[in-house]
Design a protein around this ligand. Structure first.
Ligand code: UD1
Length: 420
């Protein structure tokens, strides 16, 4: 197993290009199960998660090639309907094959994904939505078993205790695309990744309106055809790079950053005192004065993304003042706090809040990544710290950031891999 080593304290400078969005591409790859025709998906990041989804599609009988950020999918035999525990348990997003399988085959057997370190992560909203469309769903030996004689459009309220659900909205939208009549999803997720999925489904012949708003309308069609689609840029990678510029007091231009997806993050960074200059789809980021602490609350889109909570905490940990960071989507998503404190941060956790007292500096230390975004948080902390940081269990990082260390190196960071 590899670990990442970072010699901190180097100001990052230069230009960097953001890869395609992990969270957009996973459901879009799953959506190709809705057709027997060939599909081509471009700007696919080469990640552990995208490779897992490719394996799942292959296990279901699709012929899939993944080369130079392009995935080509075609059908050679009948589609399978069983998504195995081994694959689904390694990545929660695999669960988004359920909606397309139910839509296309009217049957599916998909392993329940289980929880993970950021929380329990139930799937009740996914099941509620598919049941409303007429699927008969039972849980058998850790699998969701779904059957339907036909799917029929329905009015579905999909809000949960923590607000809307990104992948439940995707699953229901994909199944409803091939249902009879009209489906209305209320309290649907508005994330750009849901919009990208809807745009792809529309290219396949689906009739969808309202995506990007809390009410999505889907008029079912009998058949979906193949399509070619380019994935939107990864807003979380772009935002992570913005923090990398600020935590190193650097000056970087992030291309393919699509600032229109990052209103809440940009607003908070500007409130903290950062300079962000937007030109078309690029953003240039630097500090023009001493940053100050800001309070942050994570919320569904267009609110501040939970997937940036850990990274912004790194920055606040060395920003003078007190920052209160409130996690409203995953109240237990604070595994990174203890690791940041090992590097000299002064952060106390109080339920869903982290109270961050900015310290003068962090000092490099051996730390352990617990999940994807916590790994990014530790990389950022290492870049901003004095001395050497070693991060173990970096396979988490490889799940969701394409060549992050190469990109940081190209900006001047001293970062390399070593064998554990
Ligand atoms: C997606 C993202 C993930 C991000 C999250 C929230 C992908 C592949 N992953 O995950 O990176 O952190 O959105 O922005 O797109 N919930 C329920 N019942 C359900 C489903 C969800 O209670 O059936 C809860 C969750 O536990 C959580 C909240 O709803 O508290 C939002 O989760 P959700 O939007 O579903 O997250 P994912 O779609 O799994």
């Amino acid at each position: 197993m590899d670990k990442l080593v970072i010699e901190g304290g180097v100001r990052l400078k230069g230009e960097v290009v953001v890869s395609g969005s992990k969270n957009a591409v996973l459901p879009i790859l799953a959506a190709t199960l809705l057709t027997d025709d060939a599909c081509i998906i471009k700007s696919v990041p080469n990640l552990r998660d995208t490779n897992t989804m490719v394996k799942i599609l292959r296990s279901l009988g699709k012929n899939v090639e993944f080369d130079k950020n392009i995935v080509s999918i075609s059908s050679t035999k009948n589609l399978g309907f069983v998504a195995d525990y081994k694959l689904v348990s390694s990545m929660r997003a695999s669960f988004c094959v359920l909606g397309p399988l139910v839509g296309k085959l009217k049957k599916a057997k998909v392993s329940l994904p289980g929880g993970c370190v950021i929380g329990i992560r139930p799937v009740d909203l996914h099941l509620k939505g598919l049941r409303a469309l007429g699927a008969d769903i039972s849980i058998e030996s850790g699998y969701v078993v779904a059957k339907a004689s036909k799917l029929k459009g329905a009015n579905i309220y999909l809000g949960g205790v923590y607000g809307s659900s990104v992948l439940a909205t995707g699953n229901v939208m994909m199944a409803a695309a091939l249902a009879q009549d009209k489906t209305v999803i209320e309290s649907s997720a508005c994330e750009p990744e849901v919009v990208d999925l809807a745009d792809f489904l529309i290219k396949m012949g689906a009739k969808i309106k309202g995506h990007g708003t809390p009410v999505i309308e889907i008029e079912g069609v009998k058949h979906l055809h193949g399509a070619t689609h380019t994935i939107i840029p990864d807003r979380i990678e772009a935002a992570t790079l913005m923090v990398a510029a600020l935590i190193t007091d650097g000056d970087i231009t992030i291309k393919n950053a699509f600032p229109k997806y990052l209103g809440a993050v940009i607003d908070k960074l500007e409130e903290a005192g950062a300079s962000l200059v937007r030109i078309d789809n690029s953003v240039s980021v630097r500090c023009v004065k001493k940053l100050k602490a800001v309070n942050i609350t994570t919320l569904p889109y267009p609110g501040f993304p939970t997937d940036m909570q850990a990274q912004i905490m790194s920055l606040m940990s060395i920003t003078p003042g007190i920052s209160i960071i409130t996690e409203k989507i995953y109240p237990d998503r604070f595994m990174h706090v203890a690791e940041l404190n090992r590097m000299g941060a002064y952060i106390q956790r109080e339920g869903p809040h982290a109270i961050v007292n900015g310290v003068k500096e962090l000092s490099g230390a051996p730390v352990m990544a617990s999940d994807l975004r916590a790994s990014a948080c530790l990389v950022l902390a290492g870049l901003g710290a004095r001395g050497k940081t070693t991060i173990s269990r970096i396979y988490h990082l490889e799940r969701g950031y394409e060549n992050l260390e190469g990109k940081l190196e190209s900006l001047g960071a001293k970062i390399w891999r070593e064998k554990e």
